[in-house]
Structures are given as C-alpha cells and as structure tokens.
Design a protein. Sequence first.
Length: 144
Amino acid sequence: MNVTYTNTLTADEFNALRSAVDWNVIENSLAAKGLEHTAFLVCVRDGEKAVGMARIISDYGYVVYIADVIVLPEYQGKGLGREIMSRIMGYIKDNTTQGQSKYIALMAAKGKEEFYEKFGFVKRPTDSLGSGMTIWYEKKDDEL
C-alpha cells in the first residue's frame, strides 16, 4: 500500500467511493458542486486511487458537520478511517480559537457509532439530546 493524503477529490471518485459502500450515487453536477463548497476535505489515495475520504461542511460560525466518511471495504481495519478522522478533528481544532465553541455533528452509518465514540462523539438520544434525524428529498415532475 502506497497511501497518501490529499485535499482533492473528483465527483467521479466521490461517487465511486459512495457506490463501493452501498450509498446512493449523487448526480455528478450536484456532487461536484457539493465538493466545491466543502470547507475541508481529506482524501486517502493508494497510488492514484481514492480509497477513503471525509469532508467538513460548515456555516463558518459555530456549526461544523462531518459528512461522507468512507473507506473502501478492502481498506477498512488498516487505520485509514482513524487517520481521516484525526485530520478532520485536527482541522476543526486548528480553526477554533481559545474560548470559542463549535457544534460538531455527524450521522454515523449503522454499526459505526463505536468508531466515532473514540473521538468523543455521543450517541443520541440521551437524557438531554433527542434522536438524530434525516430525510432524502427528491423533487418530482408533478411538483411546482
């Protein structure tokens, strides 16, 4: 394995990673726009091949969302995910000044919660935090 870390990823590479972990593929123009508006991105490459990634979406105030944490199945268990998250969390810490607080959120894939707990994330719901929630919206032809 000849692993390097970069901050670039194409829409095609993004979708290949998503597809490899059975996540839905995003229309390339939308994927490219999303990547363009990403606050920070970590891509793991084995040679030229993208084998893992994660990105940060932010309001550049106090909200930081970690999205699309992916490592190809054949590369899992080799510490790449841990290194990706270490770089993501390092970026957040480096961009937070003394006395500031950031709200860092993510939606863990089923069965991956324990991985994120190692970085200090808390499973929801708790006594004070409700459940995380999501929805995928697709506009239909018959909508205005």
